[in-house]
Design a protein around this ligand. Structure first.
Ligand code: PEP
Ligand code: MG
Length: 550
């Protein structure tokens, strides 16, 4: 993106490619209740309070009507009905007639309702968060403020926030939100993952994003991380045309991953269950099947037959193609209740991933038996890999267990710097390596992968991370064995040629990211990729590495 005159652009980390612009709107905060005021006209005040609740009902109904997502529609309609409850409306009126102003009357009526829901327990008790949300919305309307949460103005806009929590984004409407810019967050934050899943350009860790006034027109470049401010309509229109042309060109590339001179790079999909395969159309296979989903919220380990069925569903859909299935990666950011793990002072450095086998060897045996049974029943090319491996001995032990289960291909993830540094030794005992850049960044920089404040350390363009990836690439070339990336770094179209130049033979990512990465590789020769890899490795920091390659 060229940078003509105007206010200085803001810069952050581009985490979801593409160019989009429009007026900025912020995620509105929950308004604090001001001091109570005396009520002079109780009837008018009561009407004001009731009108606020009706406005909330109307807004939720509008959202439900616009949404095509059935679960969301059901949730929104149920919430609208709660706000339209005559008992609640009567309670609000009574509080006002007793002398309470509208916002405090709404607050008091919801407090009583909330206590009743909590006392009822079960399903009703689980709805108190919905009640709190309704209360916040109604209080905001009484105060003449925007309803808290993601705005829904009925036109296209750029959403800005400190960071986006999963709850903020359930009703984010991709027809209205054209791009995301957050002050905090990192390449593996919820905002980044959501943006890639929705195909929205996004920039995170963007200093100054919070200070943009609603209505300021910005142009967001999710590839370079630049956010241009006060963009005029002609420029915006030109950028939108360029973006449409780019998307058409990207969509037109198809087939297996290749550089411009035909060097093959397997483009694979990351999935958590069979239902994710729909978005992975066009992938050459699956490069990371995260199996934790089946184990979440369980009080007991799923039986072998249930596991086998879940795996069979995925393998059957991929008959003839590669499926890399990862054994259970529990612990740290993925705690599983049925494991009853003891409290650890540093769970990310504790018993997680393959380390669980030290305490619960039967978990791995059952899972491998289920994978073997599912593989036998389908024609998929099943590769099995373990998470959180640090040493050759761990890799060898895992490979033995995989082979004993009758499965031919065993590999391990490279998520710990020790594994990257000894990639050659690991490849003596396994068939392939797959780099989990989300964890490899965390452990290389001693920076919690969920921390927004440390996002810059978790940037996959950090030359130290690239150096470790290069170690793995060199070991892969020497052993003649496949080595790939399956962390979020693989989804960055600007970084993809660099990873190939570092020796990666496959890249695995969410389904949506495949087309831009395929197009990026098709535009470079293998020699270009090697040159770009050298440039990125030689850079002093992540920003310079990104700039040098861009
Ligand atoms: C990774 O760490 O990069 C990875 C792919 O695994 P997960 O994100 O599931 O920890
Ligand atoms: Mg990981």
């Amino acid at each position: 993106m060229s940078e003509p005159a105007g206010p200085a652009p803001l810069h952050g980390i581009g985490v979801s490619p593409g160019l989009a612009g429009g007026p900025v709107l912020r995620v509105a905060p929950v308004p604090p209740l001001p001091a109570p005021v005396p009520v002079t006209d109780p009837d008018a005040e009561a009407d004001r309070a009731v009108a606020a609740l009706r406005e909330v009902v109307a807004e939720l109904t509008r959202r439900a009507d616009r949404s095509g997502e059935k679960t969301l529609v059901d949730v929104l309609r149920a919430q609208a009905m709660m706000a339209d409850d005559p008992v609640l409306l009567d309670a609000v009126r009574e509080h006002v007639l007793a002398g309470t102003d509208a916002p405090h009357a709404v607050d008091a009526a919801f407090a009583t309702h909330r206590a009743a829901f909590e006392a009822a327990g079960g399903y009703l008790a689980e709805r108190v968060a919905d009640l709190d949300d309704l209360r916040d919305r109604a209080v905001a309307v009484c105060l003449g403020r925007p309803m808290p949460g993601v705005p829904s103005p009925g036109h296209r806009y750029v959403l800005t926030a400190w960071d986006l929590a999963p709850a903020d984004t359930v009703d984010l409407d991709p027809e209205q939100v054209v791009a995301l810019v957050t002050e905090s967050g990192g390449p593996t934050s919820h905002t980044a993952i959501l943006a890639r899943a929705l195909g929205l350009p996004a920039v995170v860790a963007c200093s100054g994003a919070r200070d943009l006034v609603d209505g300021t027109v910005v142009l967001v470049d999710g590839t370079t991380g630049a956010v241009r401010v006060d963009v005029d309509p002609d420029e915006l229109a030109a950028a939108e045309t360029a973006e449409r042309e780019r998307r058409t060109a990207v969509a037109a590339t198809s087939g297996p991953g290749r550089t411009a001179d035909g060097h093959p790079v397997a483009l694979l999909a990351n999935i958590g269950a069979a239902r994710d395969l729909a978005a992975a159309d066009g992938a050459e296979g699956v490069g990371l099947f995260r199996t934790e989903l089946l184990f979440l919220d369980r009080t007991r380990e799923p039986e072998l037959a249930e596991q086998a069925e879940a795996y069979r569903e995925v393998f059957a859909a991929l008959a003839g193609r590669r499926v890399v299935i990862r054994t259970l990666d529990a612990g740290a950011d993925k705690p599983l209740p049925f494991l009853h793990q003891t409290d650890e002072p540093n769970p990310a450095l504790g018993v997680r991933g393959l380390r669980l086998v030290r305490e619960r060897p039967e978990l791995l045996r059952t899972q491998l038996a289920a994978i073997a049974r599912a593989a036998e029943q389908t024609g998929a090319d099943v590769w099995v890999m373990a998470p959180m491996v640090a040493t050759r001995a761990e890799a060898a032990q895992f490979a033995d267990a995989v082979h004993e289960a009758g499965l031919p291909k065993a590999g391990v993830m490279v998520e710990v710097p020790a594994a990257a540094l000894r990639a050659g030794q690991l490849l003596e005992v396994v068939d392939f390596l797959s780099i989990g850049t989300n964890d490899l960044s965390q452990y290389t920089f001693a920076a919690d992968r969920q921390s927004g404040v440390l996002a810059e350390l978790l940037d996959p363009w950090q030359p130290a991370l690239l150096r470790l990836i290069a170690e793995v690439g060199t070991a892969g070339r020497a052993a003649g064995k496949p080595v790939g990336v399956c962390g979020e770094a693989a989804a960055d179209p600007l970084l993809a040629p660099v990873l190939v130049g570092l020796g990666m033979t496959s890249l695995s990512m969410s389904g949506r990211s495949l087309a831009p990465v395929r197009a990026a590789l098709a535009a470079r020769t293998y020699a270009d990729c090697e040159r770009l890899a050298r440039l990125a490795l030689a850079a002093d920091d992540a920003e310079r590495a990104r700039k040098a390659v861009a």
